[in-house]
Design a protein around this ligand. Structure first.
Ligand SMILES: *Cc1c(COP(=O)(O)O)cnc(C)c1O
Length: 429
């Protein structure tokens, strides 16, 4: 499999080069030259396959010959070595719970796959590689946990000061070892802009081996297809409506990729908070980036989603095709809170703010599809947002033991102005 840059000014590369570089030299996102179909019988067999087998089958064509079979088998098994259950919430709606991994959020899967691929590709390198990543909340924690203690890899994480939850901040700043956290006086878009600028800085790149771990990296993006295979398999009846809490749109684009590869999904819902650039596009056909707005579902506070280009590319920029398969929904903070409260009161199920956005959007989409089954991706454990969830339900969220230990560790971060020269000197220090 080869990958081309969506900016079309760089040469196509294989999986290894795309993973190591993160982004194409022309600043574009890598995109597979062809979308492979799932093997015959794969969809029918899904209910009997393990998560590791699903991951291997889905990812094999994308990895090509860059990782041998035995290694890829091991990497896939380690990537999904925690439960990914589908839980019925109402008669019509189920949750695919993606928050049972080490950092209690769905980005663990992509981060674990990528860190292991990068570890394999760097096994003979003498110069350390710096993984540079901007996070709106959960990416950083998942990447930090995925790379913690991996020899020859240094991780530098930029996060917006005061805009991540206390648990998220601990997961970024309390691990130590090869993980460094930079607390940026700005928002997520500032963090992302600084990271993009570093990747365009050829002088810096001559002096440091830089790679990205944002959802733009194909090794983070592609394994997310596995969620949809695991989520759709146990849902009875016609292909379900699937709602995805979306910020940078990596997760949703992976679901659409699985759909194009042959996974039966009836309809997709892009569930967004007040950051509604894509829902607005889906209604009007016009796309306009916006400044990011802070919300309760802060991992989705993205004004100009990086993966929007992949969404367009996947469907040949055909707005009517995209519009037919995907609708958008922008959910306010008040609706998010009310959803957490009502779903808890009605069913006992505890949603986190991101899951609540998806639940609200899904119920909305099912109103015109009363016969359909709905599935939403529950992307974070409610304990990651204890204040919001407790305020909505009126009850404290129980803290799992392993999290209690992390919360007691000291925080280590470096404050940084949202200014490129400041980042550059940190990276060269
Ligand atoms: C990152 C994140 C999202 C958004 O995923 P994208 O792939 O960026 O659209 C949703 N929920 C949670 C909890 C997240 O951490």
């Amino acid at each position: 499999m080869r990958y081309y840059s969506l900016n079309r000014q760089s040469e196509p590369v294989d999986f290894r080069a795309a993973t190591v570089a993160g982004q194409a030299p022309d600043g574009g996102l890598y995109f597979p030259e062809t979308v492979p179909r799932f093997p015959a019988g794969f969809v029918e067999q899904l209910p009997t396959l393990t998560a590791a087998e699903v991951a291997y089958t889905v990812l094999r064509p994308y990895v090509g010959t860059t990782i041998p079979e035995a290694e890829l088998t091991r990497i896939c098994a380690e990537t999904v070595d925690f439960p990914l259950p589908v839980v019925a919430v109402t008669e019509q709606i189920s949750a695919l719970e993606l928050f049972h991994g080490p950092t209690l959020a769905f980005k663990d899967v992509g981060a674990r796959f990528m860190s292991r691929c990068l570890g394999y590709f760097s096994r003979h390198e003498t110069r350390p590689v710096t993984v540079l990543v901007a996070t709106s909340g959960d990416t950083g924690g998942a990447v930090a946990s995925g790379f913690l203690g991996v020899p020859g890899v240094e991780v530098v994480i930029l996060y917006p000061s005061g805009r991540v939850s206390p648990v998220q901040e601990q997961q970024l700043t309390a691990l130590g070892q090869n993980i460094r956290a930079l607390e940026v006086r700005g928002n997520f878009d500032d963090c992302q802009r600084l990271v993009k600028q570093a990747f365009r800085d050829t002088d810096l790149r001559n002096r440091r081996r830089l790679t990205s771990a944002n959802s733009i990296n194909v090794a983070r993006w592609l394994p997310q297809q596995v969620y949809y295979c695991l989520g759709v398999a146990p849902v009875a009846g016609p292909p379900p409506v699937v709602a995805v809490p979306s910020g940078n749109f990596g997760n949703l684009c992976a679901g659409l990729l699985a759909y194009v590869s042959g996974l039966p999904v009836g309809h997709f819902v892009a569930a967004c908070n007040a950051n509604a650039a894509v829902p607005a596009y889906l209604t009007s056909g016009e796309y306009a980036a916006r400044p990011a707005v802070a919300t309760l579902s802060n991992a989705m506070d993205v004004g100009d989603p990086s993966n929007f280009g992949r969404l367009l590319e996947l469907f040949g920029h055909e707005y009517p095709v995209i519009r037919g398969l995907l609708s958008g929904c922008s959910v306010s903070d008040a609706e998010t809170q009310a959803t957490i409260r009502e779903v808890h009161a009605r069913t006992g199920y505890l949603l986190d703010p991101h899951g609540a956005v998806a639940f609200f959007a899904l119920e909305n989409a099912l109103r015109t599809r009363p016969e359909a089954q709905g599935l939403f991706l529950a992307t974070a454990h409610p304990v990651k947002f204890p204040e919001v969830v407790a305020a909505a339900t009126g009850q404290p969220v129980p803290v799992p033991a392993e999290l209690g230990e992390l919360l007691r560790r000291p925080k280590h971060s470096t404050l940084l102005d949202p200014d490129y020269e400041a980042l550059r000197s940190v990276l060269l220090a």
